[in-house]
Design a binder for this molecule. Structure first.
Ligand SMILES: O=P(O)(O)OC[C@H]1O[C@H](OP(=O)(O)OP(=O)(O)O)[C@H](O)[C@@H]1O
Ligand SMILES: Nc1nc2[nH]cnc2c(=O)[nH]1
Length: 183
């Protein structure tokens, strides 16, 4: 079922970002091209593995959760909010610090009301810094996190809650290796 995702990961290019081996893939970078069939495969798998019962809103982080979150939202009719790297200063906006293996900055959550039941999705988890920031923001806003699903798990990050991943990978000098899948 995840044939396109697995094959494209195992043949994707990689660059160095400092000490970090950064793989480049349509789902995590939007380049070189996002094939509709791949996006469909990923979103269909998410619908299958996630508990979306009674979920009011899907939450993702800028930028590379957006195409996945949009597809999932269109398939399920659940509205989407995007945690932005830009501050809007709207009433109730929640700011949190995000750090990854190669960058750091702020993320801003809007559009969540106390008691909202939310599902969190993202393209990849590596250090877990982004997901911990998203969870902290949602807890700060008083949301109930119903489920968390990330397309690609790289490493063993702990975010303090269980989460589902579609595939687990290892990355070394020779490239990406898929070591586990959700089905
Ligand atoms: O587990 P972590 O180490 O936090 O890494 C995962 C995050 O890294 C990427 O985001 P990035 O901040 O690079 O922004 P982008 O989506 O705008 O490329 C990716 O989209 C995840 O959100
Ligand atoms: N594209 C991409 N995004 C990431 N986010 C965290 N690690 C990575 C990576 O290696 N590649």
């Amino acid at each position: 079922m995840l044939r396109r995702l697995i094959e494209s990961l195992e043949s994707c290019p990689m660059v160095r970002r400092g000490e970090y081996n950064y793989f480049i893939h349509p789902i995590t970078d939007g380049v070189p091209i996002v094939e509709p069939a791949l996006l469909r495969e990923v979103a269909c798998a998410m619908v299958c593995v996630m508990d979306l019962a009674g979920v009011d809103k899907i939450v993702t982080a800028e930028a590379m959760g957006i195409h996945i979150g949009t597809t999932l939202s269109m398939m399920t009719d659940i509205p989407l909010t995007i945690m932005r790297k830009r501050q809007y200063n709207l009433p109730g906006e929640v700011a949190v610090h995000q750090s990854t293996g190669y960058s750091s900055g702020e993320l801003y959550l809007n559009g969540i009301e106390r008691g909202d039941r939310v599902a969190v999705i993202d393209d990849v988890i590596s250090t877990g810094g982004t997901m911990r920031a998203v969870i902290a923001a949602l807890e700060g806003a008083g949301a109930e996190i119903a489920d968390i699903c990330v397309v690609i798990r790289r490493g063993e990050a702990d975010v303090g809650r269980p989460f589902t991943t579609l595939v687990s990978i290892e990355v070394d000098e020779s490239g990406v290796h898929v070591v586990d899948t959700c089905r």
